[in-house]
Design a binder for this molecule. Structure first.
Ligand SMILES: Cc1ncc(C[n+]2csc(CCOP(=O)(O)OP(=O)(O)O)c2C)c(N)n1
Ligand SMILES: [Mg+2]
Length: 572
C-alpha cells in the first residue's frame, strides 16, 4: 500500500523540461557554482536557461582563456572546472586546454554546443566533429543523442572527471537536444561496471615495498602531482621521516613536500638540483609516487636509476612500467598506499650515510646565479616574490625560463599553491589560470608569473580582471625574448637566434591602462620589491612589467639526450 503510494508520488514528480534546463538542474545538483565560458549559436538555449539560474558565469574573452581559467580553478579548488563553449570554432578553441588538462590530470567537465542532430555530418554552419577531435585528449567524451540521457551523462561526466586519475570529460550537446522537452529524472548514481579505479593497493606488493625499504641504504622518494590529488602529503612526510628517506619532486609535484625540510632535495629533472638528480642516479631504491617518469624528468633512460629497485605507486595502471622498468608495481591512490605502507613497514634501512651525503651535495651545489650590477636578475625577482608573499601565494606560470625559475626559486612549502602547465607546456596558460585560481581560492593571494611572449598569447583576459576587479598580480618576467628558445639556440645552435628575440615590445604599462588596470615597470631589485609589495597590497588587479637581464639562462640543466648525472651549469 505504502510502496504504491510512494511510486505514485514519484511519478507525479516527473518534470517536463528542456535539455538546457536539465543541464542546469544537473549542474546545480553537482554543486557547480561557477562556469567559465563563451556563448554562440549552438549554445544559445543553454545560455538562455542559465539566465534564470544562480550559477555564476565568467565570460572570458577567448575560449582558450575559459579553459585555462577552469584548469587553474580545478587545480586549487579541489573540484572540477566547468567550461561551456559553442560548436565549431568555440569548441576547437578549447582543444589546447583539453590536451593540457589531459596530460596534467586536471578534472574538467566541458560542455560544447553542436549543430542540430538532423544536420550533423553535413558540414553545417559551425560544425566541427569535436567528439572525434578530442577523442585522444579526453578521459572520456559523449555526444548526447536523446534529451532524457542528459542527467545520466552529466552525472557520469563529473564522476569520471574527478575519480581515479582525474582528467577532462567532454559532453557535446546538439542544439535540438538543448531545446527539446523531455521527462527529467535526476540521476543519483553512476552505473559504470567497466570503470572501477583501484584505490586500495594490493597488500602483498605493499609488503614487498616495506621489505625493500628495510633493506635499502640509498632510498629516495620521488613525489609527483598524484600526491597532491590524493591529499597524501602528511603520509609521505611521515614515511620519509620514519625511515629517513630523502625526497625529491617532479615539476608538478612541487608543494607536496615542504621545501624547507632537511630531507628535501629540491626538484628533479632537466632543471632540477644536483642533489636531487644525483640521488635519482645513485639510489638503490626509487619509490615513485603519483609521478609518470616523463622524459623531462628522467633524461636519457639508459642512465636513470640504473642501480635501483624501482617501486611505482600510481592510480593509473597504464603509467606503471611505461617508461621505467618497475620491480614493485603498486596500483592504488597515493594516500591509501602510503598509509598501508606506514602500517606495514616497521623496519628502516640504515640510510644515515646516504642522507648525509645528499645533504652535503645540497649544501655544496645549491641553485645559483650571479647577482651583480644594477640589472634585475629573474632568479632574484622570484626570491623577492617568495619573501613578500611569505611563500603563501598561489603562483601560476606560463611556459619557459620564468616557469623554471619559479619552480626553482619560489620555494613551495604548502600543497596546491603551484599552478603550471607541465606536460603540454602551453604558453598562454599562466595568466588565465591565475584568474581561475583566484576565483577558486579567493582567500589566498594569487600571482601570475608570465613571460613577455606567453602573456601576449592570452592577454585579452585583462578584460575579465578589469570587469571583476580581481586582485591578481601579474608579473611579466620581461627578458625581451622567447627566453627558453633563445637559451637553447645559444647553447645548442651556436647562438643563431632564429626568431626568438623580441626587441619590439608593447608598452605593457599603457596596455594595462587601456584596461583600467594599475601597472608599473621596474628595472632594479629595489623597485621590484617596492612595487611588488604595493601590488600585493592593492585591492585590485596589478600588472608589473619587470625588465630583467635578457641573457640569463636557466641552470643547472640536463642537455637533451644526456643522462641525469650529466648536468651542465652546476655551481662551480
Ligand atoms: C603555445 C606554445 N608555442 C610555443 C612554445 C615553445 N616555447 C617554449 S618556451 C618559449 C618561449 C617563451 O617565451 P616567454 O613567454 O617570454 O618566456 P621566457 O622563456 O622568456 O621566460 C616557446 C616559444 C610553447 N611552449 N607553447
Ligand atoms: Mg621572455
Amino acid at each position: 500500500m505504502k510502496a504504491s503510494w510512494v511510486a505514485e508520488e514519484e511519478k507525479s514528480k516527473v518534470l517536463k523540461m528542456s535539455g538546457a534546463d536539465m543541464l542546469m538542474e544537473a549542474l546545480e545538483k553537482e554543486g557547480v557554482d561557477v562556469l567559465f565560458g563563451y556563448p554562440g549559436g549552438a549554445v544559445l538555449p543553454i545560455y538562455d536557461a542559465l539566465y534564470k539560474r544562480n550559477i555564476k558565469h565568467i565570460l572570458t574573452r577567448h575560449e582558450q582563456g575559459a579553459i585555462h581559467a577552469a584548469q587553474g580553478f580545478a587545480r586549487v579548488a579541489g573540484k572540477p572546472g566547468v567550461v561551456i563553449a559553442t560548436s565549431g570554432p568555440g569548441a576547437t578553441n578549447l582543444v589546447t586546454g583539453i590536451a593540457d588538462a589531459m596530460i596534467d590530470s586536471l578534472p574538467l567537465v566541458i560542455f560544447t554546443g553542436q549543430v542540430a542532430t538532423s544536420v550533423i555530418g553535413t558540414d553545417a554552419f559551425q560544425e566541427a566533429d569535436i567528439v572525434g577531435i578530442t577523442m585522444p585528449i579526453t578521459k572520456h567524451n559523449y555526444q548526447v543523442r536523446k534529451v532524457e540521457e542528459l542527467p545520466r551523462i552529466i552525472k557520469e561526466a563529473f564522476h569520471l572527471a574527478q575519480t581515479g586519475r582525474p582528467g577532462p570529460v567532454l559532453v557535446d550537446i546538439p542544439k535540438d537536444i538543448s531545446t527539446s522537452i523531455g521527462s527529467y529524472k535526476p540521476s543519483n548514481e553512476v552505473d559504470l561496471p567497466g570503470y572501477q579505479p583501484t584505490t586500495i593497493p594490493n597488500l602483498l606488493q605493499v609488503k614487498r615495498l616495506a621489505d625493500a625499504i628495510a633493506q635499502a641504504k640509498k632510498p629516495v622518494i620521488l613525489a609527483g602531482a598524484g600526491v597532491l590529488f590524493a591529499k597524501a602529503e602528511e603520509e609521505i612526510l611521515a614515511l620519509a621521516e620514519q625511515h629517513r628517506i630523502p625526497v625529491t619532486n617532479t615539476l608538478l609535484g612541487l608543494g607536496s613536500f615542504p621545501s624547507e625540510h632537511p630531507l628535501f632535495l629540491g626538484m628533479a629533472g632537466m632543471h632540477g638540483t644536483y642533489a636531487a638528480n644525483t640521488a635519482l642516479h645513485e639510489c638503490d631504491l626509487l619509490i615513485g609516487i603519483g609521478a609518470r617518469f616523463d622524459d623531462r624528468l628522467t633524461g636519457n633512460l639508459a642512465h636513470f636509476a640504473q642501480k635501483a629497485t624501482v617501486a611505482h605507486i600510481d592510480i593509473d595502471p597504464a603509467e606503471i612500467g611505461k617508461n621505467v622498468e618497475t620491480l614493485i608495481p603498486i596500483v592504488g591512490c597515493a594516500k591509501h598506499t602510503a598509509a598501508a605502507l606506514l602500517r606495514e613497514s616497521t623496519t628502516s634501512g640504515d640510510t644515515e650515510e646516504w642522507v648525509c651525503q645528499l645533504a652535503e651535495l645540497k649544501n655544496s651545489y645549491p641553485l645559483w646565479y650571479k647577482n651583480e650590477g644594477d640589472v634585475l636578475k629573474p632568479q632574484r625577482l622570484l626570491e623577492i616574490i617568495h619573501e613578500e608573499t611569505k611563500g603563501e601565494a598561489i603562483v601560476t606560470t606560463d611556459v619557459g625560463q620564468h616557469q623554471m625559475w619559479t619552480a626553482q626559486y619560489y620555494g613551495f612549502s604548502k600543497p596546491n599553491r603551484w599552478v603550471t602547465s607541465g606536460g603540454l607546456g602551453t604558453m598562454g596558460f599562466g595568466f588565465p589560470a591565475a584568474i581561475g585560481a583566484k576565483i577558486g581560492k579567493p582567500e589566498l593571494p594569487v600571482v601570475a608569473v608570465t613571460g613577455d611572449a606567453g602573456f601576449q598569447m592570452t592577454l585579452q583576459e585583462l578584460s575579465v580582471l578589469q570587469e571583476m576587479k580581481l586582485p591578481v598580480v601579474i608579473v611579466i618576467v620581461n627578458n625581451q625574448s622567447l627566453g627558453m628558445v633563445r637559451q637553447w639556440q645559444e647553447i645548442f645552435y651556436e647562438e643563431r637566434y632564429s626568431e626568438s628575440l623580441l626587441p619590439v615590445q608593447p608598452d605593457f604599462v599603457k596596455l594595462a591602462a587601456a584596461y583600467g588596470i594599475e601597472a608599473a615597470s621596474v628595472t632594479t631589485e629595489e623597485e621590484a620589491r617596492a612595487k611588488f609589495a604595493e601590488a600585493l597590497d592593492s585591492k585590485g588587479p596589478f600588472l608589473l612589467d619587470c625588465r630583467v637581464a635578457s641573457d640569463e639562462n636557466v641552470y643547472p640543466m640536463i642537455a637533451p639526450g644526456k643522462g641525469i648525472h650529466q648536468m651542465i651549469g652546476v655551481k662551480p
